[in-house]
Write a new protein. Structure first.
Ligand SMILES: O=C(O)CCC(=O)C(=O)O
Length: 286
């Protein structure tokens, strides 16, 4: 629920400049250690007992191979702690600072990356991409429009390379194309691993070219990804949020989970569709 603590973490001018120029932004120690610990326990439980109820072809269904990368979408409603992060005080004010108030979480996934099975394998060119699939083909503008961003919350230590880090090419969000080396081994020019400690959050523009690196450490990497976009953007997840749970959430969380009064309200919202806007007005932020 939004409160006075959110007002202490508004997007600063410097943060806006960094995000606009580099396409990403660090919020160090966004989550306290006890929250990281509890979240990790929930993630571990899901990893060991993946539910079999999502149609996303990329979702890993049981039995999950504990030695392989585990991708699990549409996770927000699975635990109250995940809902807490949706409007977390140290990060959410920066989401509305960047995107504005007509937003929701159109997509979420958690990823667990165990150590590489075969350490002897040569390092591969990673799977570099911009987010949103066909949007990057069918939308006629250059540079492509931002539309959405993701926050990656790191639950385990990736403060050194080769730990399954998220890799990015800083500043590449305004590039429609990325030169990907053809040798199958090296990474694009300018690519760097994101070095983060447990509890750090990294915002990235959906257009920023990014990829998952390999984990040559002994530790399993765990990350939560929260995607936020405009309410008129179609959900990327099945969004199988039980109606009863939605009704128990406060109005702003309901907005963030995709609720609205009618189809037109996603394009031309009234106040009932966007309680976040009302809250910002009440706090003199609009
Ligand atoms: O697992 C990672 O670090 C990469 C995640 C990713 O590619 C994505 O969220 O689109």
């Amino acid at each position: 629920m939004l409160g006075p603590q959110h007002l202490e973490h508004l997007l600063t001018d410097e943060e806006r400049k960094t995000f606009e120029e580099q396409g990403y932004l660090f919020v160090r120690r966004a989550l306290p250690p006890d929250m990281v610990k509890q979240l990790e326990e929930v993630v571990d439980w899901i990893w060991r007992n993946p539910p079999n109820d999502d149609r996303d072809p990329r979702a890993i269904h049981p039995p999950a191979d504990p030695k392989r990368n585990f991708f699990f979408p549409n996770f927000l409603w699975r635990h109250s702690l995940f809902l807490e992060l949706l409007d977390w005080p140290t990060t959410f004010p920066k989401v509305w600072g960047i995107l504005g108030w007509n937003i929701y979480s159109y997509h979420s996934h958690l990823i667990v990356t165990p150590p590489e099975v075969d350490r002897g394998q040569p390092r591969k060119t990673f799977g570099w991409h911009q987010d949103s699939g066909r949007v990057n083909v069918e939308m006629e503008s250059s540079p492509r429009p931002r539309l959405s961003l993701k926050i990656a919350y790191f639950l385990t230590d990736v403060s050194e390379p080769d730990k399954g880090n998220l890799w990015i090419v800083p500043g590449s969000h305004l590039q429609d194309r990325l030169e990907i080396p053809k040798d199958g081994v090296s990474q694009p020019e300018g690519a760097v691993p994101v070095l983060a400690e447990p509890g750090d959050a990294v915002f990235f523009d959906r257009r920023l070219w990014h990829a998952r690196g390999q984990n040559f450490s002994d530790q399993t990497r765990k990350v939560l990804f929260y995607g936020y976009g405009y309410r008129w953007l179609r959900p990327k997840d099945d969004m199988t949020i039980p109606r009863g749970l939605l009704e128990r959430c406060d109005p702003i969380r309901r907005q963030l989970l995709g609720d609205g009064t009618c189809g037109n309200g996603y394009y031309s919202p009234r106040d009932e569709d966007v309680p976040l806007k009302v809250w910002l007005q009440e706090h003199g932020l609009l």
